[in-house]
Design a protein around this ligand. Structure first.
Ligand code: ADP
Length: 610
């Protein structure tokens, strides 16, 4: 379905957004919505019937009070009616609450489901751009509640309009200008409440970044990784004061707005009260002229007073619809974000590699505004070669492999696998032919089986999982776990078993080795392991890799000695390429880095990084 999002802050824009959201999320619960509409309709009529009963009741009571007990039966009947209406009102309101509750649960589920589905279709670069963090936050927070609030508010407005229309008819039977006055009273209230809604929305938008900063800082105190450093470096008080500075500023801004809002509401409320008071005086004047019975007077004054409440409620609901639909436009904006092109017409399967990979004139930038991170990269990798990418931090190694994996689209240039351009290859087929392991791998708070099995989700063979765990050596500690491969990992869940970082890393290595892919990509997979384990794992990978093409990034140049080709990156440029010996002979950047690390090793720095 084509998502239309209207960013215009006008009634048309708001209505078209609500329509889209309705079609996406509410249409599936049509039955519940129809019930809510019927209930709201009934609720709108009850006050009008009550008014009529009150009028008759007061007139009859007046007669009883003047000693005509024959009317007592009629009074009791009316009182019973009134009681029934009270009961009906309470029951319908409760049923409606229940309906709205179930609708909210379902809508929340549907929105979150859509959110997850959409996230899976977005290009990785979307998550790399800071401007999208705000969009992600706005699109994900409380949208289910907001959508239901819009539905509820719209229906309450509909309910109030019907009741007000009834009051209007009742009042106009006495005086048309009195009823017109009531209608006119609605306008300033709606304008003012809408303005308030807009102020609140603008403030929320302007505070999103600061809000995120504050949550980030408070989150540091809940994360076991960060709390350790906070204690050691004693930066707790500093971070706390930084957090409280932001929060206090946000609170100040919010309080100022609340004060302004309350003042404006008091002002408009006072004007409304004065108008209602004048209208009540007018009623007395009509009474004095003999145009009203007591019952009629009571009913009309009740209509006037209730109208005031309804107008207030209605304008607040209109303002809620307005601001909530502005917030919901972010959800639509997120859902409308261009998806990664999954299938191009006539896409090709990933070839069974005969020659290898070739990269020509490759350029990459993270966004239009930022600098080039990769500049004119050219190299070729033969099928089955073991290739190391080295370079100082920030030289572009990770970015390069993400381009090779098809996670980023090159800004310029081409990547070919056996002469087939990456752009033409079917995405699924591309993913199936790569196995990768990143330095920031995921520690799934799930079972050991799942942690390894995710390497090849369609493979249910437990023996393969055990074999994969042997490659990294993870099998040794897995055997010690209470439920072995079925042990739940992580601290999030009560029964979860936490692991050391190195153990998590071994699981990640097993995950990567489970996949039967043609190309293996390793981005510093052994950074947390000691040099001995690192060498062992590299050897094992090379052993299982056999004829597979392996590309790895390592900061320990000792791991590169056996690589067929070493690519040396510097500031986004490929400055050297060749075997270990060739690069040493070249006596350039690689030789310098290698000598530097060798010296450090000799001096006893066991884990010498670039
Ligand atoms: P390496 O892996 O060699 O350490 P990276 O490929 O991670 O280097 O980063 C290369 C450059 O790209 C660095 O200057 C880094 O600041 C920049 N960079 C990395 N990620 C992003 C991003 N999401 N947005 C903008 N620039 C980025």
């Amino acid at each position: 379905m084509l998502l239309q999002i209207n960013k215009k802050v006008n009634i048309h824009g708001i209505l078209s957004n609500i329509k889209t959201l309705y079609q996406l999320f509410i249409k599936k619960s049509l039955k519940v919505v129809v019930f809510i509409v019927i209930f709201k309709l009934l609720l709108s009529l009850i006050p009008l019937i009550q008014l009529e009963i009150t009028k008759r009741l007061v007139n009859k009571i007046e007669i009883i009070f003047s000693d005509n007990s024959q009317e007592l039966e009629g009074v009791l009947l009316l009182l019973t009616f009134q009681l029934l209406l009270f009961f009906l009102n309470t029951s319908i309101t409760s049923l409606n609450k229940y309906n709205l509750f179930t609708l909210q649960l379902k809508t929340k589920y549907l929105i979150e489901k859509k959110y997850i589905e959409k996230s899976l279709t977005l290009p990785l670069i979307f998550f790399e751009q800071p401007k999208n963090y705000n969009l992600l936050q706005r699109a994900s927070q409380g949208q289910g509640e907001r959508l239901i609030a819009i539905i509820e508010s719209s229906l309450t407005v509909f309910q109030n309009i019907i009741t007000l229309f009834g009051y209007f008819l009742i009042l106009s039977s006495l005086s048309w200008y009195l009823s017109l006055g009531i209608v006119l009273l609605i306008i300033p209230s709606v304008i003012v409440d809408n303005k308030i809604g807009h102020w609140q929305y603008s403030q929320n938008i302007s505070q999103t970044t600061k809000d995120r900063q504050a949550s980030y800082l408070s989150g540091l105190f809940q994360d076991k990784k960060s709390i350790k450093e906070i204690i050691i470096f004693m930066v707790g008080p500093y971070l706390k004061s930084k957090w409280s500075f932001i929060i206090l500023n946000l609170m100040k801004e919010k309080t100022q707005l609340e004060r302004k809002t309350i003042l404006v509401q008091i002002l408009i409320g006072t004007i409304n009260n004065i108008c209602i008071l004048l209208a009540l005086l007018l009623l007395i004047w009509f009474g004095l002229k003999g145009q009203l019975t007591i019952g009629y007077y009571v009913a009309l004054s009740q209509a006037l007073i209730s109208s005031q409440g309804l107008i207030k409620n209605m304008s607040q609901k209109v303002s809620r619809i307005y601001s909530d639909s502005l917030f919901l436009s972010h959800l639509l904006e997120f859902l409308r974000y261009p998806e990664e092109i999954k299938e191009i017409k006539d896409s090709l399967p990933f070839p069974k590699l005969q020659t290898g990979i070739s990269v020509k004139n490759l350029y990459f930038t993270y966004s239009d505004q930022s600098q080039l991170v990769l500049k004119n990269i050219n190299f070729e990798i033969q099928k089955g070669q073991k290739v190391a990418i080295v370079g100082r931090n920030g030289s572009g190694k990770t970015t390069l492999i993400k381009c090779l994996l098809g996670l980023y689209q090159p800004t310029h240039g081409e990547i070919k696998f056996d002469n087939v351009d990456i752009k033409e290859i079917d995405k699924k087929s591309l993913r199936n032919n790569f196995s990768s392991l990143f330095q920031d791998f995921v520690c799934y708070q799930l079972t050991v089986n799942e942690n390894i099995g995710f390497g090849d989700i369609h493979n249910n063979n437990h023996t393969d999982i055990v074999e994969a765990s042997k490659i990294s050596g993870a099998n040794e500690f897995i055997e010690e776990l209470p439920k072995k491969y079925n042990t739940e990992l992580g601290r999030i869940f009560k029964q979860g078993q936490d692991l050391s970082y190195g153990q998590w890393q071994k699981l990640a290595i097993s995950r990567a080795s489970l996949k039967k892919a043609q190309i293996i990509i390793l981005d510093e997979p052994t950074a947390s392991l000691d040099p001995k384990s690192e060498i062992e794992i590299f050897n094992k990978f090379i052993e299982i890799a056999e004829d597979k093409t392996t590309i790895f990034i390592s900061h320990r140049l000792s791991s590169c000695i056996n690589a067929d080709v070493i690519l040396v990156l510097n500031n986004g440029e490929l400055i050297e390429q060749g075997s270990h010996q060739e690069l040493l002979n070249l006596n350039g950047e690689y030789a310098e880095l290698y000598k530097l690390q060798s010296n450090l090793y000799e001096k006893g720095f066991a884990t010498a990084y670039l």
